[in-house]
Each structure stands twice: as structure tokens, then as C-alpha cells.
Design a protein around this ligand. Structure first.
Ligand code: PRX
Length: 682
């Protein structure tokens, strides 16, 4: 069955809605104005991009600004790729100055909305949300000032600058300022705790932290500066802290170490030339959870990352900048207003709020706060007021919206929307269909984008004007991507057979390593199947060549779209005095996709109480941040182990999901434990 986006019958039964053979073709009206208009065009371009990657990527790179052209497009010595070798550029220049050079300096670069609803005097009551619009001129001025402030503090090219900030324009300004002067940013999501800051600061050997007195979330202040203060009691590496005043709350400033953002920028010059960077110079480090040990500092370099995020942004979201037509802007002339709801602290925010978007000359919207503040219609209100055309969010958020009910959406005119994106975890077909019908009014193509912190940009994704979509599938590889599903020998498996998802050729935005840990880089990504990048996901490919992600094949769980290593949560559990041993698994969760189920044995003599359970769960939240707090915790006198002492996580997964245990339990040491655990409630 094949249908157009505009013609889904609303009376369909649930079975047919969830039928994976249900296909949605982009409408002719959409395709005719799209960059990529048909599957034939996609296939032709994809073929060229994998047959002649050097020619393909050189053409794309030529659209951007280079101080000096590259000598070689690709130098590939597995597992090390160098792209645009010898070329020099600056990604901040391409985000801002290139637009100014083209005469577009007054066009909007960033639209920001704060969470509080404030009145004219800035009081938090009634009134309108706080909105700031920054043109490319504004952004260059602010970025240059802060870049000069950083230089004044002694920051030099190659230094690692830690950024721990709320979703305010200054976060974008800080990252762009680092890129402008060639400093390497390491951004830490504002929901992480003090120990996460300490770990990342130490791993990156970073001497400077940029933060804020707080950020607004659901009407409350997130105490970012307090968390930094606490982290810095755990390490003495940092000698400089820059503090942005955002919430006017009480914080403690340490003499000689802490500086107000406003003081530093007040006297800084607004002229700061963009540093000429080699294509392979490090742009940023971003930490992601691994299956063992501490988070990995994923390294991304300048040129390849810039080119890849630029092209994926344009094609995946079918971005169209504002036209230079007459004053009375009609819809075509107005161009896109793009909104990605991720936090910049994640790779999605790096690539698809800032670095991929700004070079495309499309305004990017940043929102500071929660989707349900002050009411559950905040997102739809934002879309209506800012006439958002391209919207990118996570399945977890979509499932929460479904639960809240469509009355919140019906209050608003969201007809400006044209493309809907999703990222971070598999989207279940029910949520896909709801997104398509209720948010997209059956006219917006849905782009389910599969990628990773490590890949830097979209790898498997529909292209909205070309791809026939199917709920639950992230469809086909982007240009330049040679993806396959293979067995452990590296051979492609048959149609609809599950296997390991691999990428067989280098692509421009691939990770260049794990900061300070070459061995772990090779071991994690390049040693499972010889010659291929292994993503850590299982997948299958259907009869139409569409990919279906089947979940992680390692001990990483994806909770509400965030990658968490079960080991990290286990370590946090055992760092509580009462816990002797712990195991963590994922279980199906209605909203988050996957929830965290923890099993713990207590130190001898300690009583199992509900109070202690709550205390241990809070302890994990404090150690790692609220997203890592276990949803369920069960005490057990021992963990189910094989005779060789390996925890049988498979059993724990069944128990956590409330499923019957069907697999083999013959190797289990003590069967009584499983029975006891099954009887317990959470
Ligand atoms: O398991 C896949 C899942 O998220 C992992 C990557 O997580 P992270 O590096 O935090 O990046 C998230 C944002 C890009 C993947 O290995 N994942 C991401 N997108 C999808 C997905 N699973 C299914 N479908 C997706 N669209």
C-alpha cells in the first residue's frame, strides 16, 4: 500500500496504522519545491557520493569559506580519516561572517526565548515571554567580544574550555567564541551534576569553566554555579571561572578565580578576526557514555564536521533561507524558521542548533526551558508565535505530548510547520503516526534521523521531498554513507535479518578519536568487525532497503534519548555506603522509551526500607544528574549470576519488564534469587 502524505484515512484501525508496510510518499506540492525531489534524484546523488566521495565532498566544501583550499580531500588510513587535508578555514566564520560578507548581516541568526513569562519590568508574572533576536551582525559583535575576553584570560588556540550553561544565547556565543579563536570547547549538559563536571574537566585537562548563576527550568532555578563550585572542590585544575548573570540568584564569587561575564565583555573589543584553523584541528570534545568505565570524550575536528553538518542540515530539513525579495515578504520569500528542542549540551544541539544551521542562513530558535511551563502547550505556543516551519524533537517528548492530549495542541495554529524531525532513540509506530497526524496534520514529511555523538551528523534519514517513509524506520543512508547490516564475520545478512549496523567507508564528520585514549577508540569502534565502523546498534534492512534500528548491542541504554552506560549507574549505586553490589538494566518505559531498573544488594546488617530505596535513588541523581536516577530499585540478597560469576542481565531485563523468564537458566548459580526478585514490587 502506498499513500501520499495528504491522504491517510482517519478511520483506519490500529492494526493497519501500525502495519510497517504502510508507506507515506511526500506530496507533489512538497517535492516540487524541495532540494531533493525524488528517489531517483536521491539514488543518483547517493551513488555518486559513495563512488566518488572525493569529488562529491569537494563540491560541497567549495560552497563554504576557506582561507586556503585543501590539497587532498581525503587521507584514509583505517581507522584514521583526514578530510580536506592542508585546507584552512574557521567554522565560526562560516556560521557568521560568510553571511555578513554576502550582505545578509541584518538577517536573523538566532531567535531565543526564555522560559519565564515576564512583564514589562522583567518581573516574573503574567506578560510575555522574554525573546531576543540576534542578527549575524549582533552575533559577530557578541562572539568577538567574548572571544577577546577569553584571550584576555589567557585562553589560547588548542586550550580546552569547559562550558556548563543554560540554554541562553550566551551558550551559543561562548561556543562560537571558542571556535573563532581556535580553542576547543567541551560542553557539559546543564542537567549533569558536580561529579560529572569534575570528571570531564579532569579528562580534558581544562583550566577554565564558563557557567551561569543559574538557568530557568519549570519555574525553578537550576543552580549551575553551585554545581561548578562543588565540582571545583573535587579538583584543583581550574583556575578561572566565568559567570553569566541569568537568574539574579545568590551565588558565591571566589576572589581571583571567578569573573562576571558582563565585566569581561564590557571592556572587550568587538573586533576579533577568526583564527585560520587547519581542517583537522580539534573543534570540540563532547562526552558520551560508554559501556564500561568513564564517559568517552568524542573528538570532532573542523573542516569535515563543518561540511557534513552543513549538508545534512540543508537536505534532511530541506532548509530554505529567506530570499532577498520585496519588502512585503510572502511565505516563499520568508524562508524557514527552524527549531530543534535539544539542549546544546548534546550532539544534536551542537550539530543541529548551531554548526549545521547557521551556515545555511536559516534562523535557529533556542528555547531555555521545559515543554510544560507554564502550561503543557508551551511548545505549540512557541511554534505559533515564531511561525516555526521545521521542528526537530525526540520520541520521548512526542510520547509525553501524546499523553497530555491533543487539546493542548488544538489551542494553537501550528500550520506553519512543514517538516517534523525525530532523533535519539527508536520511535515507536504509534508515536510516529500521532506526530504525523496531530502535529503534522498529515502534510508534513517525518524525518526519523539515526546517528550518534560519534558520527557528528545524520547517517540514516529520510529526505523530506524524496523518501517514502514508514513509521518506525529511519529509512536510507545519507549521501556519502555506506551503511550495512552484517554478521560477526562482517558479511551482509539477508533481508529482514537482524545483525550489526556498520559503516563501511569514512565520512567527513566521523569521530577522530576518544580524547586521551587511543586504545579505547580502536577497541570500541574498530575492532568488532575488521575494517568497519561499528556503531553499537543492532539493525535490520527490509525488502525496500529501509533500515530499522533494533537497539543497542552493548551495555549502553538509551533513556529518554540520552545515552547512559549501565556501568556508570552501577558505580554510582555502589558509591552509596549501604550498597554492596548493583546491576542496572533497561526496561520498556511508556514515555522514556527505556527506563532504568536497578538491583542492589545491601551491605550486611543494613535494613531494606523504602526510605533507603529513595535515598539511594536520590544519591544516583546527585552523583550523575537527574536523568540517571533509577526508575525502579529492588533489593536482593544476591544478584543472579552464572557459576563463573557473570551477572545474568538477560534475566534481570525479563524481571524488570515483568516478563516471564523464557531463556536458559541452567548456568544460574542460585535459582532462588530469581524467584525472590520476581515476587518483589518496585
Ligand atoms: O542507539 C542509537 C540511538 O542513540 C544512540 C546514539 O546516542 P547519542 O550518541 O547520545 O546521540 C543521540 C543523538 C544523535 C544510537 O547509537 N539513536 C539515535 N537516533 C536514533 C536512535 N535509535 C533509533 N532511531 C533513531 N533515529
Amino acid at each position: 500500500m502506498s499513500q501520499t502524505q495528504g491522504s491517510t484515512e482517519s478511520g483506519s484501525t490500529m492494526e493497519s496504522i501500525l502495519d510497517e508496510h504502510r508507506h507515506f510518499k511526500p506530496s507533489k506540492a512538497f517535492s516540487s519545491n524541495a532540494h531533493i525531489k525524488s528517489m531517483a534524484e536521491y539514488e543518483k546523488m547517493h551513488k555518486r557520493s559513495v563512488d566518488d566521495p572525493e569529488g562529491f565532498w569537494a563540491d560541497v566544501a567549495s560552497e563554504l569559506h576557506w582561507f586556503k583550499k585543501w590539497e587532498e580531500v581525503l587521507d584514509w588510513r583505517l581507522p584514521d580519516a583526514k578530510w580536506f587535508v592542508g585546507g584552512t578555514t574557521n567554522i565560526c566564520y562560516n556560521c557568521i561572517d560568510r553571511q555578513i560578507d554576502a550582505g545578509l548581516g541584518n538577517h536573523t541568526a538566532i531567535v531565543w526565548e526564555g522560559e519565564p513569562i515576564v512583564d514589562e519590568d522583567g518581573h516574573h508574572a503574567g506578560g510575555e515571554p522574554e525573546v531576543r533576536k540576534l542578527s549575524y551582525y549582533d552575533l559577530r559583535r557578541e562572539v568577538s567580544r567574548f572571544a577577546n575576553a577569553l584571550k584576555g584570560l589567557g585562553v589560547q588556540k588548542g586550550d580546552v574550555v569547559t562550558i556548563y550553561m543554560p540554554m541562553v544565547p550566551e551558550l551559543a556565543i561562548a561556543m562560537l567564541a571558542c571556535a573563532r579563536i581556535g580553542a576547543v570547547h567541551s560542553i557539559i549538559f546543564g542537567g549533569f551534576s558536580a561529579s560529572a563536571i569534575r570528571d570531564r574537566v579532569e579528562d580534558g585537562k581544562s583550566k577554565i569553566v564558563i557557567t551561569a548563576d543559574g538557568g530557568w527550568r519549570r519555574g525553578k532555578v537550576v543552580p549551575l554555579k553551585d554545581n561548578v563550585d562543588e565540582a571545583l572542590t573535587l579538583t584543583d585544575l581550574v583556575d578561572t571561572v566565568v559567570v553569566l548573570e541569568r537568574c539574579q540568584n545568590d551565588i558565591h564569587m571566589v576572589d581571583g578565580r571567578d569573573h562576571w561575564w558582563s565585566d569581561l565583555t564590557a571592556t572587550a573589543s568587538e573586533h576579533c578576526p577568526a583564527e585560520e584553523m587547519y581542517s583537522e584541528d580539534l573543534l570540540f570534545i563532547l562526552y558520551t557514555s560508554g559501556s564500561t568505565g568513564k564517559p568517552k570524550g568524542i573528538m570532532h575536528t573542523t573542516g569535515g564536521y563543518m561540511v557534513y553538518t552543513y549538508l545534512t542540515s540543508r537536505y534532511t530539513f530541506d532548509l530554505h533561507p529567506r530570499q532577498l525579495c520585496d519588502e512585503e515578504l510572502n511565505e516563499q520569500c520568508r524562508g524557514d524558521m527552524y527549531w530543534c528542542t535539544a539542549d546544546i549540551g548534546w550532539i544534536t544541539g551542537h550539530s543541529y542548533i548551531i554548526y549545521g544551521l547557521l551556515p545555511n542562513r536559516v534562523p535557529t530558535l533556542m528555547y531555555e526551558g521545559a515543554p510544560d511551563f507554564p502550561e503543557k502547550d508551551r511548545f505549540w505556543d512557541i511554534i505559533e508565535r515564531h511561525k516555526v516551519t521545521k521542528f526537530y524533537t525526540a520520541p520521548t517528548a512526542i510520547r509525553a505530548f501524546m499523553k497530555w492530549g491533543r487539546e493542548w495542541i488544538d489551542k494553537h495554529d501550528i500550520s506553519s510547520l512543514k517538516v517534523l524531525g525525530t532523533v535519539g532513540e527508536p520511535i515507536n509506530p504509534e508515536a510516529w503516526m500521532w506526530y504525523h497526524k496531530v502535529i503534522g496534520n498529515e502534510k508534513c514529511p517525518i524525518v526519523d534521523t539515526w546517528w550518534q555523538t560519534e558520527t557528528g551528523g545524520h547517517m540514516l534519514t529520510p529526505l523530506p521531498g524524496a523518501t517514502t517513509t514508514t513509521p518506525g524506520s529511519c529509512t536510507k543512508p545519507f549521501f556519502g554513507i555506506d551503511a550495512a547490516v552484517v554478521n560477526s564475520e562482517g558479511e551482509e545478512v539477508g533481508e529482514n535479518e537482524g545483525g550489526i549496523l556498520v559503516i563501511r567507508k569514512p565520512w567527513p564528520s566521523m569521530l577522530r578519536g576518544i580524547y586521551g585514549n587511543r586504545e579505547r577508540f580502536i577497541e570500541t569502534y574498530w575492532s568488532k568487525i575488521e575494517g568497519f565502523y561499528t556503531a553499537g546498534d543492532g539493525a535490520r534492512k527490509d525488502e525496500n532497503g529501509n533500515f530499522w534500528i533494533m537497539g543497542r548491542i552493548d551495555d549502553v541504554i538509551v533513556v529518554a534519548g540520552h545515552n547512559l552506560g549501565t556501568m556508570e549507574v552501577e558505580s554510582a549505586l555502589v558509591s552509596h555506603d549501604a550498597v554492596a553490589e548493583a546491576a542496572v538494566v533497561g526496561f520498556p518505559h511508556e514515555i522514556k522509551g527505556t527506563g532504568i531498573a536497578a538491583f542492589a544488594t545491601l551491605v550486611g546488617g543494613i535494613e531494606e526500607t523504602d526510605k533507603l530505596k529513595a535515598e539511594i535513588r536520590d544519591h544516583v541523581a546527585k552523583e550523575l544528574g537527574p536523568i540517571s536516577k533509577p526508575d525502579k530499585l529492588r533489593f536482593t540478597p544476591a544478584l543472579p549470576k552464572t557459576r563463573s560469576g557473570k551477572i545474568m542481565r538477560r534475566l534481570l531485563r525479563d524481571i524488570a519488564a515483568g516478563r516471564e523468564i523464557t531463556g536458559d537458566v541452567t548456568t544460574l548459580e542460585d535459582k532462588g534469587i530469581v524467584e525472590k526478585l520476581q515476587k518483589q514490587t518496585d
